[in-house]
Design a protein around this ligand. Structure first.
Ligand SMILES: Cc1cc2nc3c(=O)[nH]c(=O)nc-3n(C[C@H](O)[C@H](O)[C@H](O)COP(=O)(O)OP(=O)(O)OC[C@H]3O[C@@H](n4cnc5c(N)ncnc54)[C@H](O)[C@@H]3O)c2cc1C
Length: 472
């Protein structure tokens, strides 16, 4: 086993993630192979030392924050072996660029793709705007090498059975986009996707690619009426290609439908001139095509659907797309500025609900009386409501509101996390969502594979000793 790094100055760079929750660790390992990962995990298990896998630390749920013990960084597992075969530590955006240069597409597109790792995206089953059409990371992974907490190295694909003596939780996921809890898997690969660094360390992955579309038409359509906007979303997704389903002939068939609420538009207005004064909401839509952008069809649909059609901003080429992306990026940039100005963290939801629950969920978001910005993946009924507290009292109130909204999402048949995962901050919400039996099932599986709760301690489940209290 390589000697660990214990220099506090080096460790300091690994102690938090995008959640800003502070962590602590005694040592850092940066293995270069699955065998070296196995040595670290076997030693940790033998000594009962917690190990936190850390990749690019873009987790928003403190999943990569260590609560003592050792850190295992995947940064040196960084080789792209072939177009469809890469190490876990490779930057997702760089990998996708290599794939794109060959005219192919690896669809998972979390907003953080230029900052996060491939292994992190697999471990969290990350999603993005294109998940509407292509699904999350899961279906795009064909196989992984994974190291179990006891140091065993396994190769897992969808034909690899889960060993018969592993106790599997019996539960059903809500029928929405979700990244909460262990996947009810019938093969070892699917169990290892979305486990947030608690069941094994993914060292290498074999990916599924598809052909890149010949062209992408992007547009931002503005609405002055929320009901018309939602009706247009229903129309746009009617018959669209979705994961596991082909498009119905004649359907509008967008690849992504993103939403910007009124406060998000105000933020955009401050930065770009294209937002009409009457707009109370907007849809950012991407349409893949075979070289002939279907502009007329979309124009007719927008006019018919009550959009402020003359104000629609359309991009048919890369330059135009960049202009549109500037509008999109204005929102997270504006949120971050507000957070810095307030000196308080934002409290951001990640709930998704079934189609027929979108309107009541949006009504609940609208009713929240606090500085807020709502935007996100409306095609999947998955919006991020960002509460922006200005004082400690408001922060406490924001967390209480968040919990109430989570319960409402669950009551409507939704999930408490559609893409960011549970990590350490949302364990109480997961318990609310899955109930005690499923939770006991998750615990039994974890205990079987990792009796000392050594790996990813505090993520998804409370460990035997865990001082990281859930935040919500
Ligand atoms: C600005 C911003 C935008 C984001 N947008 C999105 C989005 O659109 N969609 C989305 O889904 N998420 C999003 N995220 C969340 C986050 O980027 C993703 O979950 C990402 O996949 C995490 O990758 P990472 O390399 O940073 O992992 P880390 O943050 O380092 O780790 C995340 C978790 O995965 C585990 N892990 C990492 N690598 C491995 C491995 N090889 N084997 C086992 N476990 C491992 C860690 O232990 C930890 O539990 C966003 C985050 C930020 C800050």
């Amino acid at each position: 086993m390589q000697p660990p790094i214990t220099d506090p100055a080096v460790l300091a760079g690994y102690l938090t993630d995008a959640s800003n929750v502070p962590g602590r660790a005694d040592a850092l390992f940066r293995p270069r192979s699955a065998e070296e990962v196995a040595e670290v995990l076997a030693a940790a298990t033998a000594q009962g030392v917690p190990v936190t896998v850390t990749a690019r630390r873009t987790s928003t749920t403190a999943a990569a924050v260590p609560r003592g013990g050792w850190l295992l960084s995947t940064e040196r597992l960084c080789t792209v072996h072939a177009l469809d075969d890469a190490d876990a530590g490779v930057l997702l955006g760089e990998y996708q660029a290599q794939v794109a240069a060959a005219g192919r597409l690896f669809p998972p597109d979390p907003t953080s793709r230029h900052d996060c790792s491939l292994g992190g995206a697999i471990a969290c089953n990350a999603s993005g705007a294109r998940s509407f059409r292509y699904g999350p990371t899961r279906p795009w992974v064909r196989a992984v090498d994974v190291v179990l907490p006891d140091g065993r190295i396994l190769h897992a694909d969808r034909d690899t059975p889960i060993p018969a003596d592993w106790p599997l939780p019996a539960w059903t996921e809500p029928g929405v986009k979700t990244a909460a809890g262990y996947f009810p898997a019938d093969n070892l690969l699917d169990l290892m996707i979305g486990q947030e660094g608690t069941l094994g360390v993914i060292t290498r992955a074999w990916l599924r690619l598809t052909d890149a579309p010949a062209g992408v038409l992007s547009l931002i359509a503005f609405f002055d009426d929320a009901d018309a906007l939602r009706a247009f979303v229903r129309r746009a997704r009617d018959g669209a290609r979705r994961p596991g389903r082909l498009a119905r002939p004649g359907a509008l068939d967008p690849a992504a439908i993103e939403y910007y609420g009124p406060h998000a538009l105000d933020m955009v207005r401050a930065r770009v001139p294209d937002v009409p004064a009457a707009a109370i909401g907007a849809l950012f839509i991407e349409i893949e095509h075979d070289g002939e952008p279907p502009l007329d069809r979309w124009w007719d649909a927008l006019v018919d659907g009550g959009a402020l059609a003359d104000d629609t901003v359309v991009a048919e080429d890369e330059r135009g797309r960049e202009r549109l992306l500037a509008v999109r990026h204005a929102i997270p940039a504006g949120v971050n500025e507000r957070v810095v100005h307030n000196g308080m963290p934002k409290v951001g939801t990640d709930f998704a609900v079934p189609d027929d629950a979108l309107a009541p969920m949006m009504a609940a978001y609208d009713a929240v009386d606090m500085d807020k910005i709502c935007f996100g993946h409306i095609g999947d009924n998955h919006l991020h409501l960002n509460l922006l507290p200005r004082t400690a009292d408001e922060l406490a109130r924001a967390k209480a509101i968040y919990r109430q909204l989570a319960l409402q999402a669950v009551a409507l048949g939704g999930t408490v996390s559609a893409e960011h995962g549970i990590g350490k901050l949302k364990r109480a919400l997961l318990a609310d969502m899955v109930g005690p039996d499923a939770l006991a099932g998750f615990q039994a599986l974890k205990r079987h594979l990792d009796p000392g709760f050594v790996l990813g301690r505090g993520n998804i489940l409370a460990g035997p000793v865990d001082d990281a209290a859930p935040n919500y």
